[in-house]
Design a protein around this ligand. Structure first.
Ligand SMILES: [Cu+2]
Length: 100
């Protein structure tokens, strides 16, 4: 149990270290994956409302900050995700993982 917690903490720390390269997450959301397109680094999600950025619930395509983020998810899966705001492209997914 303790080892697992330490491993989890190490993993979270690494993610935090990597994500400091980009701006801090502007918001986080919950949704369901409809489509994954690795070629364009895009994922289509039906997401719940995201009050932090005044978005209603909707279905839309998101760009992911890194194609590797797509390897951890599947079509039909319930997920949680973070959004970072990029100057040129607007909101991109900074992290995405199966909902717990
Ligand atoms: Cu949306």
């Amino acid at each position: 149990m303790k080892k697992a917690l330490i491993a989890l903490f190490a993993a979270v720390s690494m993610v935090a270290a990597v994500s400091t390269v980009q701006a801090a997450d502007a918001a986080s959301g919950k949704g369901t994956v409809n489509k994954i397109d690795a070629a364009t680094a895009t994922v289509n999600i039906s997401h719940e409302a995201i009050p932090a950025i005044q978005w209603p619930a909707m279905t839309m395509d998101f760009k992911v900050a890194n194609k590797k983020l797509l390897s951890g998810i599947k079509v039909g899966q319930a997920i949680t995700f973070g959004l970072a705001k990029e100057a040129k492209t607007g909101y991109v997914i900074s992290h995405i993982e199966p909902a717990k």
